[in-house]
Design a protein around this ligand. Structure first.
Ligand code: AMP
Length: 395
């Protein structure tokens, strides 16, 4: 990966610094912030800029509004951020236009201004150049810290850095990229990938890319059934992507050629329906009866996984091992989260559901790095280059 300039490399004192953050936090119906992890993740950058006496202009999207929508205003975020940094964050009801420029002009050194939801303007998601130039004209330095949107060519993350220089990485973006590189580009070996989730089709790019990079791979979740069927065994009524059976066969061959040890679960918790009320049984992998679905990995698989990661120096995890949203089928995913948390290896995890499962299992602080970006993290795992990282200044 090409090295990009970081916030540390530029002089920001007294300058208007436009920072693209990811304040896309979950909100309840009353407009209360349910989880402020993403706001907290941006604090190192904001606090550094405050200490450096910059004039700080923050911009973000929230949700998927179609035009102006008061329910998706960033005002509650301004209030929460004020509490977190212990000083009042100013707020303005738009992100471009005369009033915004006036507020920006009034900013004093060390002060923070949050602009209203970028997606109230369709130019944000359409990648409109005029909109991007209007945003860019607000600052003298651009800081990209919204890792979670770095895979999208949206105006504020992809175009603004073309019009506003210097354009550098904020500390969150830098941390995300550093951890990814430590785990995937120059890792300490053995490297173990643990993959799960519903569909092989959505993880195909990741499986193919990781096979070139890891020493061992464990595939759990519903994805395992397409592989088991590809090996000629029955999987009852478990979720299978029949059209991907030839691809799964191919992946098993590639793994052999590359000498990557590919493991599948050896037992499953099965149920007749995806429900907490369904009867359940634990069966070996080749004994799932008709009318039953595999909905979690079983205890022997958990022990196998423990063995697999016992000598790991690096572990990368994406995707739940079962239907962790239901009590009856959460154990495999939670045990996996705990195991990874206890491992002395460098551990990184990410992806929307994985992040959620790690929080539910209460081990988020014990895993070295949990990525804040769902789609962006998955694209890195697929070996793709993030377009919004590309456009920042080279170091
Ligand atoms: P993904 O977004 O592909 O990572 O998939 C996450 C989803 O996979 C979660 O909602 C899980 O409930 C689901 N999932 C994991 N294992 C299974 C399984 N054995 N059967 C059905 N769904 C599963």
């Amino acid at each position: 990966m090409v090295r990009k300039k970081s916030l540390r490399d530029v002089d920001v004192k007294g300058k208007r610094v436009l920072v693209r953050v990811d304040f896309n936090v979950p909100m309840d119906d009353q407009g209360n912030i349910v989880d402020d992890t993403r706001i907290r993740a941006s604090l190192p950058t904001i606090e550094y800029l405050m200490d450096a006496r910059a004039k700080i202009i923050l911009m973000s999207h929230l949700g998927r509004p179609k035009g102006m929508d008061p329910k998706l205003s960033l005002l509650p975020v301004a209030k929460r951020l004020s509490r977190l940094i212990g000083t009042q964050v100013k707020f303005v009801n738009d992100c471009v236009g005369k009033e915004v420029r006036e507020e920006v002009e009034k900013l004093k050194e060390g002060e923070v201004l949050l602009l209203e939801n970028l997606r109230f303007h369709e130019g944000e998601t359409n990648g409109d150049e005029t909109f991007a130039k209007d945003l860019a004209s607000l600052g003298e330095v651009f800081v990209s810290d919204a890792f979670g949107t770095c895979h999208r060519k949206h105006a504020s993350v992809y175009l603004v850095p073309k019009f506003l220089k210097p354009a550098v990485m904020g500390f969150l973006l830098e941390k995300e990229i550093n951890y990814f590189e430590r785990a995937m580009i120059n890792p300490q070996r053995p490297v173990v990938a643990i993959l799960g989730g519903a569909k092989v089709s959505t993880k195909l790019g990741i499986i193919k890319n990781l096979l070139k990079r890891v020493d061992k791979m464990f595939i759990g979740g519903a994805m395992a059934f397409t592989f088991i069927k590809a090996m000629g065994y029955s999987v009852g009524s478990s979720l299978v992507e029949d059209d991907l059976i030839p691809v799964a066969t191919d992946i098993l061959e590639v793994a052999k050629k590359l000498e990557v040890k590919l493991y599948l679960p050896v037992d499953f918790v099965i149920g007749q329906e995806i429900s907490d009320n369904t009867p359940t049984k634990v069966v070996p992998w080749q004994e799932i009866p008709e009318g039953w679905k595999g909905l979690d990995i079983g205890p022997v698989s958990v022990s196998l996984l423990k063995e697999i990661i016992s000598d790991a120096q690096t572990i990368v995890w994406n995707g739940p091992m079962g239907v962790f949203e239901l009590d009856r089928f959460k154990s495999g995913t939670f045990e996996t989260a705990k195991m990874i948390a206890q491992s002395p290896a460098l551990t990184i995890a990410g992806g929307g559901d994985t992040d959620h499962a790690i929080h539910l299992a209460g081990v988020d602080n014990a895993i070295d790095f949990v990525s804040t970006g769902g789609g962006a993290f998955l694209e890195l795992l697929e070996g793709k280059v993030l377009p919004c990282l590309e456009v920042l200044d080279d170091n």
